[in-house]
Every structure is written in structure tokens, then in C-alpha cells.
Write a protein that binds this ligand. Structure first.
Ligand SMILES: [Zn+2]
Length: 63
């Protein structure tokens, strides 16, 4: 448990390195590992036939 801040550090996109408060867990196919990517990169990955969405990573946990 943290002493004060609940905020986690922003997570960089696995693809382009952009840090954001909200990132998306995706993979291009079941042969690839999951990646945490930004919204722009998610849009690119989405075009793949076997695209899979694994949830949203949020910096701010709801409380
Ligand atoms: Zn990105």
C-alpha cells in the first residue's frame, strides 16, 4: 500500500512509447504476446484479422 498517492506512474505504449493515463491491452494474434498500447496504436492493431482485446489499463484506479 502506498503512503499517499494512489496514482501509478503513466505506462508507456509498448509500440510507440507514448505515456498515457489510459492504455489498451491488445495483441495482433494468439501467436503474439499481449502488449499495452496507446489509443493510436490500438487503432492500428485493430485492423489485424486476429486482433484481440484484453482490457483497458487505467492509471487512476476507481475508488
Ligand atoms: Zn502507441
Amino acid at each position: 500500500m502506498g503512503k499517499k498517492a494512489r496514482l501509478r506512474p503513466p505506462k508507456p505504449c509498448d509500440s510507440c512509447g507514448v505515456e498515457d493515463d489510459t492504455q489498451f491491452r491488445v495483441r495482433r494474434s494468439d501467436k503474439e504476446d499481449w502488449r499495452i498500447v496507446c489509443k493510436a496504436c490500438q487503432a492500428l492493431v485493430k485492423s489485424h484479422e486476429d486482433y484481440m482485446y484484453g482490457g483497458t489499463w487505467k492509471r487512476k484506479k476507481r475508488n
